[in-house]
Design a protein around this ligand. Structure first.
Ligand SMILES: [Fe+2]
Length: 165
């Protein structure tokens, strides 16, 4: 029987998996998902910062909507990271980064527009990877990204509706 120190020596590594997905395709999709993981984390952090800092007559609805969004994004990063692992690759630490923009000094209008822009950019990134996944028969990643796109497109609608004048 293995002793305690030897059972703690295992490390995550890229693995060969016989699920019918080509190895190169798995590596390519995992790398793309790593980028999406970082983008999703950055949007999660920004959404929560806006949730805390928003002021004005629309404080309460924006505060509540951003809370729903960061809760969804928090669950999403786990789903995305676990898909990378299921594809047989380790999950890297995402670059959260800090923006030069002073998000704490934005008006309610500016922060809503800022969130719309980030959701839209993430949609464009996800749409490309969803298509690439479908091309290599990775229908599970495609399905996950379709679900993520559904969330982001709805979020964009709601954020835009608050910006309407
Ligand atoms: Fe909160």
């Amino acid at each position: 029987m293995a002793n305690v120190s030897s059972v703690l020596q295992s490390k995550p590594k890229s693995e060969s998996i016989g699920t019918g997905l080509d190895e190169a395709a798995r590596a390519k999709i995992a790398a793309s998902l790593q980028s999406i993981l970082g983008s999703t984390y950055r949007l999660l952090v920004k959404t929560q910062i806006h949730h805390w800092n928003v002021v004005g007559p629309l404080f309460h609805p924006i505060h509540l909507l951003t809370e729903q969004h960061y809760e969804d994004l928090f669950a999403a990063v786990d789903t995305i990271a676990e898909r990378i692992r299921a594809l047989g690759h380790p999950t890297e630490a995402p670059q959260i980064g800090t923006e030069k923009t002073k998000v704490a000094e934005m008006s309610a209008h500016e922060l809503l527009a800022d969130l719309v822009a980030d959701h839209e950019a993430l949609c464009r990134e996800m749409r490309e990877v969803a298509a690439a996944a479908e091309e290599v028969d990775d229908i599970v990643t495609n399905d996950m990204l379709v679900a993520r796109l559904t969330f982001h497109e709805k979020a964009i609608w709601m954020l835009r509706a608050m910006l309407a004048n």
